[in-house]
Design a protein around this ligand. Structure first.
Ligand code: HEM
Ligand code: HEM
Length: 196
């Protein structure tokens, strides 16, 4: 492998970043404007003022129905993420990308090791999110009762926080690299290794 950023590697990276930002947007909406308790409270208040009374269970059910079309996008972006993960596996098998753990083990010097560790943890966190999310999505079809797989949902939700931290560290690292070297990694990550 001569190119540092071959086309398949770049395609994997940006498809994954696009799908993760999409997924994060659905999570942001679910936790804020479309939070079921917030929406239920608005429904209870507004419909109450119009003389329509609802129980809190009914209000929550209506709030979930309002949120549902938006949340569908969590799963649509999840499909893009699945394609991105498949591309990364193909890229590693073709020699267009490194295996994250091998890259960490072979990294020389503290700086290279730190960078490789963040890359490895990012890949691991994304893989665990994809596995836990897919497993939870299909738990019924796989014959698991909802209660018995609650820990999977909790794991999936908890992984959000390390993911956000790692993405922040990654982007700060990339910006610092961009500002302190002449390697132009961001533009090369877009158009390839040749400076055009
Ligand atoms: C969801 C967001 C993102 C994730 C999960 C992510 C993940 C990764 C991973 C795992 C690598 C290492 C690839 C490897 O060598 O095996 C990488 C490299 C890289 N990423 Fe990202 N990335 C994200 C967003 C971004 C953004 C927004 C930028 C641009 C500002 C960016 C720029 C780069 C660059 C330039 C590299 C190459 C770094 C180098 O090898 O020196 N990434 N990214
Ligand atoms: C970057 C990747 C992902 C992140 C950061 C993420 C984050 C989250 C978060 C934070 C929640 C909990 C939302 C809440 O209850 O407030 C959630 C729920 C869920 N996610 Fe993901 N997710 C990701 C990928 C996936 C993938 C690939 C799937 C596969 C289909 C998936 C399926 C689910 C399912 C089934 C739920 C439970 C929904 C429910 O109980 O209503 N997620 N996700």
């Amino acid at each position: 492998m001569n190119e540092r950023f071959p086309p398949l590697f770049r395609l994997w990276h940006w498809l994954m970043a696009f799908s993760i930002f999409g997924i994060l947007f659905t999570v942001l909406l679910r936790m804020t404007f479309l939070d079921k308790k917030e929406v239920a409270a608005i429904l209870l208040k507004k419909l109450g003022a119009m003389g329509v009374t609802l129980t809190s269970e009914q209000a929550i059910a209506a709030a979930k129905a309002i949120r549902a079309p938006m949340w569908e996008w969590h799963y649509i972006f999840a499909i893009f993420l699945g394609v991105a993960i498949a591309l990364r596996i193909v890229a590693m098998l073709r020699g267009d990308a490194k295996f994250p753990l091998l890259k960490l083990l072979r990294a020389k010097g503290l700086h290279e090791k730190g960078k490789a560790a963040i890359h490895m943890l990012l890949c691991l966190t994304v893989a665990l999110l994809a596995l836990s999310g897919t497993f939870y999505y299909y738990h019924d079809a796989l014959g698991f009762a909802k209660d018995s797989v609650h820990w999977v949902k909790e794991l999936h939700e908890t992984l959000l926080w390390p993911l956000l931290l790692l993405i922040a560290a990654h982007i700060i690292g990339v910006i610092l690299h961009e500002l302190t070297t002449k390697e132009a990694i961001v533009s090369r990550m877009i158009h390839g290794d040749e400076v055009k």
